[in-house]
Write a protein that binds this ligand. Sequence first.
Ligand code: ITT
Ligand code: NA
Length: 183
Amino acid sequence: PTIYFVTTNAGKLREARALFQDYFDVEQVDMAYPELQDEDLSKIAAYGARYCADLLGREVIVEDSGLFIDALNGFPGPYSSYVQKTIGNKGILKLMEGVEGRRAEFRSVVGYCKPGEEPTTFTGIWWGDILYEETGTNGFGFDPIFSYRRFPVGEMTLEQKNEVSHRRRSMIAFRDWYLSKTK
Ligand code: ITT
Ligand code: NA
């Protein structure tokens, strides 16, 4: 089968293609869609999936993700994309200067929808720590400031990240659900 993934983010697309390899062909729909203002990424993904399915007249997935930093009460969370484009990783490191508690989690929610039907969502969470400086050049977005079990994500290969990430969990949950549904 072919899965239409509505996203403007090349990093997400690359990881999804690798996770779906041998299961689905992934066709990118490079289009921005309206994002609800909500704390809850599931609501954003569900709304986006329904909007895109109805607009395009075909079944689609979208993925909403974000970085939630404990010491910043979950910031940037649902504002991750905006924060990445404005203050970026250097801005986050500045906010974290002198902060000892570095725990943070990445969340990823895949939203799936068929035209005229209710959306379904699949969530993945990945705990780690905010580094003290940007490290590595792999990955995208916040990867250079995130570490998992003391391993900088900016130094992971795509395959290593795809073994353990939030996106792995959400995409694989979707993949298994979709395959069992269409069997
Ligand atoms: P869409 O078109 O799919 O919405 P986007 O980049 O706007 O692409 P989001 O709205 O979901 O994506 O915002 C998530 C932000 O968090 C964005 O800046 C990403 O780069 C970043 N992010 C998400 N997953 C990440 C990951 O695995 N590693 C590093 N940064 C990540
Ligand atoms: Na977005």
